[in-house]
Design a protein around this ligand. Structure first.
Ligand code: PXG
Length: 292
């Protein structure tokens, strides 16, 4: 395995960052999780553009252009002969002093790790997930805005631990007003009265790339799609519920806080979107090996 760090490819044993890197000391940095399917990187540019927005929001000037970062991701996949895989792209503030002032950091580090993918068990898709609401709420918009995909993921990690303690894989996170924001690493959708609904981004969600793709796919299939504030009640009484994310793709939810959703089985619209998303991932994307 070769890992990309600041323009060099290093063996796993030698791929290291300094203990003075503010990414480690303070979670000061940003990241993306990207998938490759069939020798192509899915929505590469969208992920890199979101990385730039996250970096801008934390006043981190990337030492490379969007095209250069796309190329670093592609070449790391090629170097590791990735066909189907998971890519972690991250930028740390870089090495600095022990104090938290980022001005002491000399240069941000760009790291790309391309690995094989640990797929979610097939039964999650066949039978659907059981989830709970986490006691830990989503960060406030004026704290670390949840749209920033920062290296400080403790907000989500706490909620993930709460999900695991309840015997679940995922948990709904509410915002400070009590509306559904999203899950710990996935956006949330429901089907209600024939419409596909998802919380607006202002409810405190990540601007999910899978969320966008799924909204487009649903609209193309003739469904009405709306962003709407959702309460836990709205989720409990929904006809269908599913989550979207790069790792999970589209995954049905059949039980929330002990309430069965719909008839307790993955819904028909959900199943269609699972299949449509699957097809799109296998038929589009940035080729890893350049032809010609
Ligand atoms: N919300 C949050 C908080 C996320 O971190 C998503 C939604 C889905 O966004 P995309 O753009 O992927 O559709 C994410 C991203 C993992 C893992 O290993 C997944 C994410 C983040 C970090 C790790 O499963 N999901």
């Amino acid at each position: 395995m070769k890992i990309y760090i600041d323009g060099e490819f290093l063996d796993r044993e030698n791929a290291k960052v300094s203990v003075f890197d503010h990414g480690l000391l303070y979670g000061d940095g940003v990241f993306e999780g990207i998938r490759a399917y069939n020798g192509r990187i899915f929505k590469l540019r969208e992920h890199v553009e979101r990385l730039f927005k996250s970096a801008k929001a934390i006043l981190l000037n990337l030492p490379m252009s969007i095209d250069e970062i796309c190329e670093a991701v592609r070449s790391t996949c090629e170097m590791n002969q990735i066909e189907d895989g998971y890519v972690r792209l991250l930028v740390t503030r870089g090495e600095g002093s022990l104090g938290l002032d980022p001005h002491t950091c000399k240069r941000p580090s760009v790291i790309v790790i391309a690995s094989g993918i640990q797929l979610y068990p097939k039964e999650y898709y066949d039978r659907g997930l059981t989830i709970v609401t986490a006691p830990t709420m989503r960060n406030l918009q004026n704290a670390i805005n949840p749209a920033i995909k920062s290296l400080n993921y403790l907000n989500n990690i706490l909620a993930k631990i709460e999900a695991n303690n309840a015997g679940c894989e995922e948990a709904i996170m509410l915002n400070s007003e009590g509306f559904v924001a999203e899950c710990t690493g996935d956006n949330l959708f429901i089907m209600s009265e024939g419409k596909l609904l998802t919380p607006p981004l202002a409810a405190g969600a990540l601007y999910g790339i899978t969320r966008n793709v799924v909204m487009d796919l649903a609209r193309e299939s003739g469904l009405e799609v709306m962003e709407k504030n959702l309460s836990r009640y709205d989720v409990f009484v929904a006809d269908e519920c599913f989550l979207t994310g790069t790792g999970a793709e589209v995954v049905p939810v059949v039980k929330v806080d002990q309430r069965e959703i719909g008839n307790g089985e993955p819904g028909t619209v959900t199943r269609k979107l699972v299949a449509a998303y699957h097809d799109l991932t296998r038929s589009s994307g940035e080729p890893i090996v350049k032809s010609g």
